[in-house]
Design a protein around this ligand. Structure first.
Ligand code: ADE
Ligand code: ZN
Length: 354
C-alpha cells in the first residue's frame, strides 16, 4: 500500500508520462535566471521591467516583447543558450515530460552577430545530449521562422538549417505575431525545409486570425501539425477535413489572446479549446511560454480538466494525440504508446475522486 499511495489530480497529472510539442526556448527562462543574465551581460534592462515579465494580470499582454529583449540584449553567447536549454529540460523532466520538441528562433539572435548558427545550434544540442544522459529526457529542436521579419530573412535562416543538418534538428516552425503575416509569405522556406526532409508545423489561427491561415499552412506549407489553430472552428468543412486527417493541434490553455479578449467569467466556457475535441480535432495541451504564462506542463494539463471540463478518458486521448503528433520513428511511437498507456492506467487507479 505504501508503494502506491493515492494521488490527487495535480499529482496524477504531474506523474503521467508526457510529450511536449509546443514550447519556445525563450519562453522558459526563470525570473532569477533572467535577472542574472541581465546583470552578467550588462543588458541594461531595468529590474522593474524584468519583474513585469513575470506578472500575469487580468488581461495579460503577449510575451513577444520579452523575446525581442532576449534576442537583442541578453542571449549573446553559446553558453547562454546551453544554460537556458539545460534549465528548460530539467524543469520539463520534473513534470515527467519524457520527450520534448521545442522551438528556437535563430534569426534575431544571429542578427546580433555574436555567434554563428552552428555555434548557437551546437550549444543547444549539447544541452539536449547532456540532459538525455543525465536525466533520460529525449528532446529535439525545431528552428522557427520569425514571421515579423522578411520572407528573405526566413529563407536565409532555413538555408543555414538545411546546409548544416543535425540529427536532433528535426523540423521547421513559425511564430511571432500572425497579424498581417500570413503563412503564404513563407512558402519558399517551407518548400526548402520539406524538400530537405524536415518536418513542419506552423502557428496559425492564433490571435483570432482567419482560418484561411490554417488551410494555407496545410496546403501550401504542407505542415505535419498545427500550433494553436483555434479559428478552425469558424469553418466546419475545414474542421471535418482536419478531423478526418487526424492532424494534431498543439493547444495552449494559457494563451494570452483569449484571456485578454474574452470576459473572464466566460473565458472557460467560450474558449475554442473546449470545443475542438468534440468536433473531432485531435488536440494536445502544451505550456508555450511557461515562465511568463506562469504555468508548467502539469498546469496546462490541469487546466484542460479544471477550466475546460475534460475527463480522465479525454486526457488519455490527448496523451495518444501527443505521441501521434510527435516526430519520432514508428517503433518508438508504438513502444511508448504501449508503455505509457499502462502507466497512465496504473496511475489512474490511484487517483482520488477520479
Ligand atoms: N512565440 C513565443 N510565444 C508566442 C506566442 N504566444 N505567439 C506567437 N509567437 C510566439
Ligand atoms: Zn507558441
Amino acid at each position: 500500500m505504501s508503494e502506491t499511495p493515492p494521488l490527487d489530480l495535480i499529482s496524477f497529472l504531474r506523474a503521467i508520462p508526457k510529450v511536449e510539442l509546443h514550447c519556445h526556448l525563450f519562453g522558459t527562462i526563470r525570473h532569477e535566471t533572467m535577472v542574472a543574465l541581465n546583470r552578467r551581460k550588462n543588458a541594461g534592462i531595468s529590474e522593474e521591467e524584468i519583474d513585469g515579465y513575470y506578472v500575469r494580470g487580468e488581461k495579460p499582454k503577449g510575451v513577444l516583447h520579452i523575446f525581442r529583449q532576449l534576442e537583442k540584449l541578453i542571449v549573446r553567447a553559446p553558453r547562454d543558450l546551453y544554460d537556458i536549454t539545460v534549465d528548460y529540460l530539467r524543469e520539463a523532466h520534473a513534470h515527467n515530460v519524457r520527450y520534448a520538441e521545442f522551438f528556437w528562433n535563430p534569426s534575431g539572435v544571429l542578427a546580433q552577430r555574436t555567434m554563428t548558427y552552428v555555434q548557437a545550434r551546437d550549444a543547444i544540442l549539447g544541452a539536449i545530449r547532456d540532459a538525455e544522459k543525465a536525466l533520460g529526457i529525449v528532446s529535439r529542436l525545431i528552428p522557427a521562422i520569425d514571421r515579423q521579419d522578411t520572407p528573405e530573412a526566413a529563407f536565409e535562416m532555413v538555408s543555414l538549417v538545411v546546409e548544416h543538418p543535425a540529427p536532433e534538428v528535426i523540423g521547421l516552425g513559425i511564430d511571432y505575431s500572425e497579424v498581417d503575416r500570413p503563412p503564404e509569405l513563407f512558402w519558399k522556406s517551407y518548400r526548402l525545409a520539406k524538400r530537405r526532409g524536415l518536418k513542419a508545423t506552423a502557428h496559425a489561427g492564433e490571435f483570432a486570425q482567419h482560418w484561411r491561415n490554417i488551410e494555407t499552412a496545410l496546403d501550401l506549407l504542407e505542415v505535419d501539425r498545427i500550433d494553436h489553430g483555434y479559428t478552425v472552428l469558424d469553418n466546419p468543412a475545414l474542421v471535418r477535413r482536419c478531423a478526418d486527417s487526424g492532424i494534431v493541434f498543439t493547444v495552449i490553455p494559457t494563451n494570452s489572446f483569449y484571456l485578454r479578449t474574452l470576459p473572464r467569467a466566460e473565458w472557460a466556457t467560450k474558449h475554442p479549446i473546449r470545443f475542438m475535441p468534440g468536433q473531432g480535432i485531435r488536440v494536445h495541451p502544451n505550456s508555450d511560454d511557461p515562465t511568463y504564462h506562469i504555468v508548467t506542463p502539469t498546469g496546462a494539463w490541469f487546466m484542460m480538466v479544471k477550466d475546460f471540463g475534460f475527463s480522465i478518458d479525454d486526457l488519455r486521448g490527448f496523451m495518444t494525440n501527443g505521441l501521434d503528433g510527435a516526430w519520432i520513428d514508428e517503433t518508438t511511437r508504438r513502444r511508448w504508446a504501449h508503455a505509457w498507456a499502462a502507466e497512465f492506467d496504473a496511475l489512474r487507479g490511484r487517483l482520488t475522486g477520479g
